[in-house]
Design a protein around this ligand. Structure first.
Ligand SMILES: Nc1ncnc2c1ncn2[C@@H]1O[C@H](COP(=O)(O)OP(=O)(O)OP(=O)(O)O)[C@@H](O)[C@H]1O
Length: 288
């Protein structure tokens, strides 16, 4: 039970959840249909999020497309992380949070109480700021998540562990030490292992909450290269404080200020000819 509790904390997959399957039924034949690059996989309409009575995100509407990285930027406290966490219902784990408006995954609203958040989090994965591997072997970090999702066959487990590690650009560094503790890896390797663990359950969208802010420059560069590779197959949303990083890795940028979305545009436009004076002041370092 303790192990399951830890898995729930690390992956956001809640315990003891009855599989309501409402969402799976609604999305039958839809969620696993291939999505072309450029199609919207996730969006929000007028999404507002309150902590108690405090409004942290104010009526934000945005669209996230397959094959692209969207960066969420803005000063501290502008609501980026709160918004990101809402996208796979991770705020449900925080007491007193209220979310209004729609979160549409392939056009179906997942911001409803009858939705199985476990299914949501399988489709929409999350990578946290600090690498959080389990205190288990490298292999088990991934196999464990797969078993939780019903994969039992040893050959299939081996193949999916290898494929996930390859996609996370970690295989060559760990293939000879798969059964060593994940905690023996460097911080950057641990973060790529967490990415491999997220990829293993085959999500469509990956949410990154400042994935490189705890890493050294070389590890950061590896994560950025990886984002470039991953975006070919996924829809990626990343919160970053690092404006150069947003400019390097993202295709679209959303600028948040005081809980509101000020501007959303192709990254190049946000950084070279923003429409809003506040965006310009922020990206040129006049505040924040
Ligand atoms: N668990 C919480 N309980 C109460 N208020 C919270 C909680 N988390 C965030 N807030 C508040 O919500 C607002 C938005 O915070 P959030 O962390 O989403 O902003 P952010 O833009 O991601 O900031 P940072 O870049 O510093 O992480 C802030 O006013 C913050 O104090």
């Amino acid at each position: 039970m303790e192990a399951l509790r830890r898995l729930a904390l690390a992956t956001g997959i809640p315990l003891g959840m009855k599989r309501a399957a409402t969402l799976e039924r609604e999305l039958e034949g839809v969620w696993d249909a291939p999505l072309a690059v450029g199609q919207v996989s996730l969006s929000t309409r007028e999404l507002s999020i309150y902590y108690g009575r405090t409004l942290a995100v104010d009526r934000v509407s945005l669209e996230f497309r397959k094959g692209y990285v969207t960066a969420l930027i803005g000063p501290s406290g502008s609501g980026k992380s709160t918004y990101l966490r809402a996208l796979n219902r991770m705020n449900d784990t925080i007491p007193d949070v209220r979310t209004e408006g729609q979160i549409l995954y392939r056009g179906v609203d997942i911001n409803r109480p009858d939705v199985d958040v476990r299914f949501v989090r399988t489709r929409i994965g999350m990578v946290w700021q600090r690498p959080n591997p389990f205190n288990k072997s490298i292999y088990e970090n991934i196999a464990y998540a797969l078993r939780f999702h019903g994969v039992r066959d040893r050959a299939e487990l081996d193949a999916r562990v290898e494929e996930s590690l390859r996609r996370a650009a970690l295989w060559d560094e760990v293939k000879d030490r798969l059964h060593q503790s994940a905690l023996s890896l460097s911080g950057g390797q641990q973060q790529r292992l967490c990415i491999a663990r997220t990829i293993a359950v085959e999500p469509e969208v990956i949410l990154f909450d400042e994935p490189a802010s705890a890493l050294d420059p070389i590890s950061t560069a590896k994560i950025e290269e990886l984002l470039y590779e991953l975006k070919k197959e996924y829809t990626i949303v990343i919160v970053t404080h690092n404006l150069q990083q947003a400019a390097r890795v993202s295709d679209y940028t959303a600028f948040f200020l005081e809980g509101r979305l000020v501007e959303f545009a192709p990254t190049r436009e946000i950084f070279t000819r923003p429409k809003d004076k506040r965006t310009e002041d922020y990206v040129t370092g006049r505040f924040g």
